[in-house]
Structures are given as structure tokens and as C-alpha cells.
Ligand binder design. Structure first.
Ligand code: 13P
Ligand code: SF4
Length: 307
């Protein structure tokens, strides 16, 4: 089958089966182009909740498809690459949180959305990089807070809000490689450019980068918004490289420079047009969260979506 035929067959099956394709900005360009909705973690969660489609084909890593299934249990959520994992989601278990709660019965657990359903079931509040500051600022005062699993995003929230939190020692193996040294040398090399940094990066709590007048911290959706609204025409992109596909299509006259070569999430690239077609055709790779876990895991997500 040619690529063109694969695309046509996917489009045809989508209509026949009343399916929607959701994709994250880190997926391959051809997956982004075929998606009905392209978004960051927060946008994708919202879309999973509001679509009328009967089948959601989730082009992202496993925890994202799980989140969609928690939000929309009546829908069939399919993953073209169910083995696509995430170093953050794998760094903490439900049992870890259970133990922390036993030792801190009055404590509050805030989990980044990059966690398993089991971890969400022990969580008080969920957040994504889009709403993490608002979620933490909204918490009741004077209680001990544990933030899991991203130590970089956690450190960024602590520095920005001044709110004390205990941090889990997890990281995103992709963003962890974006260090303060790399960010500052790129700022020096491109004096005309803003640097747009995802807060999962290793430089997001570094004083000199935080205070730099050309450094801005955003979720993927925030990076896209800044690039579109800024009068500047050159940007250093300090996040997963595939984000540049959407940046370029939205802003054809602007220049986007990856912060470092190889800032790539290999797990997101597991989704291809071929396995997307196979998944839709055979309705395989279903991601379903057991009802007992789902009932608990939905609570912190609902609290987050309300904020
Ligand atoms: P956002 O989609 O919230 O920007 O997070 C990036 C990420 O690493 C998703 O896994
Ligand atoms: Fe996980 Fe990092 Fe890949 Fe996002 S980029 S899915 S946080 S490993």
C-alpha cells in the first residue's frame, strides 16, 4: 500500500466507525497531519471528554490513552502503540504514594498527568504543564504537599510560586538533557531570538535562565501561542523537536531552532501510519482502566479540569 492509500483508508475507516484521531505534538509529522485534533496533554484530555465519537484512536504514549479512557469510559480508546511508555510515568507507583499517605495522612499529593491510572487513584490533584502553577496556587494553605513525579517541573513551580513542596525524583529522559549550560549558550549564539522552554527541562529552575529577559516557560500549547503572537521572527525551541512541525506550519515566515540535536521522544515515534491503520481496522490496542481504579483516578482529573 502506498502512503496515499494508507491515508485514504484511515480516513474512510474513521467515517465508517465514527472514530476520532487525537495526537500529541510530539508524534511524527504525518500523524499530526492526519489527526482530527492535535494538542498538548491538557487539550487532549479536554477533547477526550467532549468528543461524540464512539472510538478514540489515541496517538500518544500509554498514560495519555489511559487518561482518555478514565475521562470517557463509555468510549473505546485504542492505542496504535500500546507499548509506548514514558520515563516520568514509570518513575512512581501507586504503592509509593500509598506509603507516603500513610506517613503523611494530612498531606496533599499533586500528580503531573504523566502518571499511570494507579498513581492517579492515590492522587488528590492532577495537573499538566499548562495548569500546574494554577493548581498548586489553589491548594489549601499550611498542608504538606508532595509533587510527583517530575523534579524539574516541581522545582520550577516551587521557584515561581514560593510554595514549599516535597519533590519526587523523576524526570523526562528527553527534557532532562536540556541543561542551563545548553540554554545559555544558545541564547548567546542567537542574540535576536527568544528561547521557549518546556518546564520539564533541566534548566527550568536555574536562576539565570528564569530571570533572563528572552527566556519563557510554557507547555507545548503555550510555546505555540508565544511564537504566533510575538513580533520576533527567530525562536530557540527547548522542548521535543517535533513541535517545530506545527510551529512552522502556523508561522511559515518564522525561524525555529531546536535547542539541541536529538531532543526526541522515541516513544512518541512508535506511532506510524501503518500501525494507526492496523489499530483502526482491527480495533485492537484497547486501553481500558479497571472500574475500581477509574472511579478513584477520575477525581483528581476532575478537580484539575475545574481549575
Ligand atoms: P505537555 O503536552 O503538557 O506540554 O507535556 C509535554 C509532555 O512531555 C507530554 O508527555
Ligand atoms: Fe514522557 Fe518525556 Fe516522552 Fe513526554 S517527552 S512522553 S514526558 S518521555
Amino acid at each position: 500500500m502506498t502512503t496515499e492509500q494508507t491515508i485514504q483508508r484511515i480516513q474512510q475507516l474513521k467515517k465508517e466507525k465514527n472514530a476520532i484521531i487525537l495526537a500529541h505534538y510530539y508524534t511524527r509529522p504525518e500523524i499530526q497531519d492526519i489527526a482530527d485534533y492535535l494538542g498538548d496533554s491538557l487539550g487532549l484530555s479536554r477533547m477526550a471528554g467532549k468528543t461524540d465519537a464512539e472510538i478514540i484512536v489515541f496517538c500518544g504514549v500509554h498514560f495519555m490513552a489511559e487518561t482518555a479512557s478514565i475521562i470517557s469510559p463509555e468510549k473505546k480508546v485504542l492505542s496504535p502503540a500500546p507499548d509506548a511508555g514514558c520515563s516520568l510515568a514509570e518513575s512512581v507507583t501507586g504503592n509509593d504514594l500509598k506509603k507516603w499517605k500513610e506517613n503523611n495522612p494530612d498531606g496533599i499529593i499533586v500528580s503531573y498527568v504523566n502518571t499511570t491510572a494507579e498513581v492517579k487513584a492515590y492522587t488528590d490533584y492532577c495537573c499538566t504543564s499548562s495548569n500546574a502553577l494554577d493548581v498548586v496556587k489553589s491548594l489549601p494553605k499550611g498542608r504538606k504537599i508532595l509533587f510527583v513525579p517530575d523534579k524539574n517541573l516541581g522545582a520550577y513551580i516551587k521557584k515561581t510560586t514560593g510554595i514549599e513542596m516535597e519533590l519526587w525524583n523523576g524526570d523526562c529522559c528527553v527534557h532532562e538533557k536540556i541543561t542551563p549550560g545548553i540554554a545559555s549558550s544558545m541564547l548567546e549564539k542567537y542574540p535576536e531570538a527568544d528561547i521557549l522552554i518546556h518546564p520539564e527541562s533541566n534548566c527550568s529552575s536555574d536562576e539565570s535562565i528564569l530571570k533572563h529577559d528572552r527566556a519563557f516557560f510554557y507547555s507545548t500549547a503555550g510555546i505555540l501561542k508565544h511564537a504566533a503572537q510575538s513580533p520576533k521572527d527567530t525562536f530557540i525551541i527547548a522542548t521535543e523537536e517535533e513541535t517545530i512541525h506545527k510551529l512552522k506550519s502556523d508561522n511559515p515566515s518564522k525561524k525555529f531552532i531546536p535547542v539541541a540535536p536529538g531532543t526526541i521522544c522515541s516513544q512518541m515515534k512508535k506511532i506510524t501510519l501503518d500501525n494507526l491503520l492496523y489499530c483502526l481496522e482491527n480495533e485492537c490496542g484497547e486501553v481500558k482502566v479497571p472500574e475500581e481504579i477509574r472511579k478513584k483516578a477520575i477525581l483528581p482529573i476532575e478537580r484539575m479540569l475545574k481549575i
